[in-house]
Design a protein around this ligand. Structure first.
Ligand SMILES: Cc1cc2nc3c(=O)[nH]c(=O)nc-3n(C[C@H](O)[C@H](O)[C@H](O)COP(=O)(O)OP(=O)(O)OC[C@H]3O[C@@H](n4cnc5c(N)ncnc54)[C@H](O)[C@@H]3O)c2cc1C
Length: 414
């Protein structure tokens, strides 16, 4: 590691991680586990509700249309289990996954191919078999299919972030919140200097930026570059299951996590965090300034959801309105693929950015932490196809990676 920080004392670290959501916390855990002195900074209180990693549930599923994500999920699952076993925490509750949609839907067909290429166990059901499998609790039109697979589950996000921060702290990492990073510079000794709004200066040999929906704002200040990221405000919705069916739709009742394919992508979890409530949400929302949000659901999306809940659960879930909602933020790239790359320029390979997890990153936290730690410490990694995540993919094509199936973001389709 190049920079000479001798004598800079408690303000000197091997790695400084900016952003304490799931990605930054997993990265700090990985670098500290490998024996590197690590500082994790966040602009707000740790475990705050203003970014993307808070709340009661996230799904993990192997079923992705893009095979490169499925293989990452398989590694991430092992790392989730490993981290849980270190603290004796349980943050991951295994379930099956049910993906439904028109048989001809190109994304759903791509999911099937991706399962085949990753040797994931799955079954394809026709509409009658779907109804039978879930005893009438899931209903789909005649031209729809259901894909049932294993390896899915519900993750408790706030508890999971807390788990990785606790593990990082146990490994000797320093954690500081309410420290907004206002600039990152290179000093003459070759160090990366991180400046905060509170007037502090931290010196790192290396730095990682995992700033979620604020990534564009911070990178623009540091390099002048515009990274193609759009913060989007979305809403988590909980719906009440009719009393006599509560067990049926719960994790204990072996109800799966689920997703609905089509012009608008729907996702959901069985009841776990709130008894008798299932989570059903739209993968979409409204573009926002992360510092000036409305904190309210978008009416058009709510209407779509109400109809979906009414039609898909055989009248067993109250569909007139969700009983609870919570605001959350995505950070989207045009192709909905992640950005994991070196910042380059005067920072060369000493600063890595990891962001734009496009509404599907939480499950990947542990594998992203591993990959980012490899990149920032050694300049390379194995086991993940990074070409899909490089910023250069936008150089000659603002849309980024080309997909053979429809994009998933719901906003533009409603
Ligand atoms: C409603 C909803 C449902 C989702 N469902 C799923 C799901 O089922 N499965 C799944 O895998 N994923 C899901 N996701 C996506 C997943 O939650 C995100 O991809 C993931 O949480 C992103 O984590 P992050 O660490 O990149 O961002 P964040 O959690 O936002 O963390 C970034 C952190 O950086 C800090 N920060 C920013 N700027 C600065 C600065 N200048 N100085 C210091 N700190 C700074 C912020 O305060 C923040 O704490 C969902 C997201 C939402 C919103």
């Amino acid at each position: 590691m190049g920079c000479n920080t001798a004598g800079i004392s408690s303000y000197e670290f091997d790695v400084i991680v900016v952003g304490g959501g799931i990605m930054g916390s997993c990265t700090a855990y990985e670098t500290s586990k490998r024996g590197y002195s690590t500082l994790l900074l966040d602009q707000f209180d740790f475990l705050h509700n203003r970014g993307s990693s808070h709340g009661e549930s996230r799904t993990i599923r192997v079923t992705y249309p893009e095979p490169y994500y499925s293989s990452m999920v398989l590694e991430s699952t092992k790392l989730w289990e490993e981290a849980q076993s270190q603290l004796g925490y349980k943050v991951l509750y295994p379930t099956n996954q049910l993906d439904i949609g028109q048989a001809s839907d190109r994304s759903l067909q791509a999911v099937i191919h991706s399962c085949q290429s990753n040797s994931v166990d799955f079954r394809v059901l026709d509409h009658a078999q779907v109804k039978k499998e879930f005893s009438g609790g899931v209903v789909v039109p005649e031209d729809w299919i259901g894909v049932v697979s294993g390896g899915a589950g519900v993750i408790k996000p706030t508890k999971a972030v807390c788990m990785f921060q606790t593990l990082a702290f146990r490994n000797g990492a320093t954690l500081k919140d309410n420290m907004k990073v206002i600039d990152i510079r290179r000093d003459v000794g070759g160090c990366v200097v991180v400046l905060t709004a509170t007037g502090e200066k931290f010196y790192g040999r290396k730095c990682v930026i995992t700033a979620g929906a604020w990534m564009n704002k911070l990178v623009k200040v540091v390099t002048g570059l515009d990274v193609p990221i759009l913060p989007l405000e979305t809403t988590i919705c909980y719906w009440k299951v009719k009393e006599e069916y509560e067990k049926e739709y719960s994790v204990d009742g072996e109800f799966p996590c689920f997703a609905g394919y089509g012009s608008t992508y729907i996702y959901g979890t069985p009841s776990l965090e709130y008894p008798g409530l299932i989570k059903v949400g739209v993968h979409g929302g409204r573009f926002c300034n992360p510092d000036k949000r409305t904190w309210t659901p978008e009416p058009q999306l709510m209407d779509f959801l109400k109809k979906w809940v009414k039609e898909r659960f055989g009248g067993r879930v109250e569909h007139h309105h969700p009983v609870s909602t919570q605001s959350c933020m995505y950070s989207l790239t045009p192709d909905e693929d992640y950005v994991i790359d070196f910042l380059g320029g005067r920072f060369g390979k000493d600063v890595v950015i990891a962001g734009e997890f496009s509404g599907h990153g939480f499950k990947m936290g542990p594998v992203i932490g591993r990959v980012v730690a490899d990149l920032v410490l050694h300049g390379e990694t194995k086991g993940v196809e990074l070409d899909y995540f490089k910023l250069a993919r936008f150089d000659n094509n603002p849309k980024g990676n080309i997909k053979e199936f429809a994009e998933q973001v719901g906003t533009s389709k409603l």
